[in-house]
Design a protein around this ligand. Structure first.
Ligand code: PAF
Length: 282
């Protein structure tokens, strides 16, 4: 499998394999690869001539130094998984220096307000960090198509906005959430959960499903109150936020509008490990 640790050798290689009609699919990741990541790669392999995967734990998108320090780093195991999936995958696993060239800072973005809700409220600066790294990776890889999971739905909308505003020529494709057997959304952070926490985390998706049912007849506000109350009864899981918002602008739903598509978003802390999930309500 071709592996590159530096952007200039990667860019030279990509130039050398480029033909007039070839396409590059790109899956940016922070490693600790799970089946959700592999599904994005499978889609990219099916839809493009070449597939590039990046593995880079991006420091500028972490507002919590402890979360950054504890983020799982499993490069050797990740390389094995990529090789088993398809040895033609091109891996870019840069260092912080290769990406940031001595200036580990985010660019400041205006995502038309998408950045002010949910994750943006609770993780100040997070989306500037995401915008900075994704834009830089897009400039290096120059992909035709880029694949992102819908678990991070707000991130997906923000990346689409960044591409539209910066005029980059890449199609951003959202892919369905992959779930464990108890329906916990797959995430690299799940590796940090104990077996018991992992089992009990089934409550997150269960809550989203009940909320979806309730939203058919009840207001967003009353569904929100029900979710708050049910988490108050659970001492191991603390609710950071539960929000019902429209998919386009991510603004909290005050009064239902039948022309809008709604989605519920949730963030929960288990033993200081942050888990997020989302469900479409239409
Ligand atoms: O979703 C992620 O894993 C990260 O936010 C991304 C898109 C790879 C940027 O660092």
């Amino acid at each position: 499998m071709p592996i590159f640790y530096g952007k200039s050798t990667l860019m030279d290689y990509l130039k050398s394999i480029k033909t007039p009609h070839s396409t590059i699919g790109f899956v940016p990741t922070m490693g600790a690869l799970h089946e959700g990541h592999l599904a994005l790669m499978q889609k990219s392999l099916m839809e493009n001539k070449n597939t590039v995967v990046s593995i880079f734990v991006n420091p500028t998108q972490f507002n919590n130094p402890d979360d950054l320090a504890k983020y799982p780093r499993t490069l050797e195991a990740d390389i094995k998984k990529l090789n088993a999936l398809d040895p033609n995958i091109i891996l870019y696993a840069p260092s912080v220096e290769d990406i940031y060239e001595g200036n580990v800072q985010s660019q400041s973005f205006d995502f038309d307000g998408l950045e002010n809700q949910m994750e943006g409220k609770f993780r100040p600066g997070h989306f500037d960090g995401v915008g900075t790294i994704v834009k830089r990776l897009f400039e290096i890889v120059e992909p035709t198509n880029a694949y992102f999971g819908e678990k991070d739905f707000q991130q997906l909308q923000i990346v689409k906005k960044m591409v539209a505003k910066s005029g980059l020529k890449v199609t951003v494709i959202g892919c369905p959430i992959f779930r464990e057997s108890n329906h916990l959304a797959m995430s690299s952070r799940n590796e940090r959960l104990s077996t018991q926490e992992r089992d009990e985390a089934a409550i997150i998706y269960k809550t989203l499903n009940i909320a979806k049912e309730k939203f058919k007849n009840d207001s967003a506000n009353s569904v929100g109150e029900w979710v708050q109350n049910s988490f108050k009864k659970n001492s191991n899981f603390s609710l950071e936020y539960f929000v019902i918002a429209d998919e386009a602008q991510l603004l909290p739903c005050v009064r239902k509008n039948k022309n809008k598509k709604y989605r519920a978003f949730i963030a929960v802390l288990v033993n200081n490990i942050r888990l997020i999930d989302t469900i479409s309500l239409n």
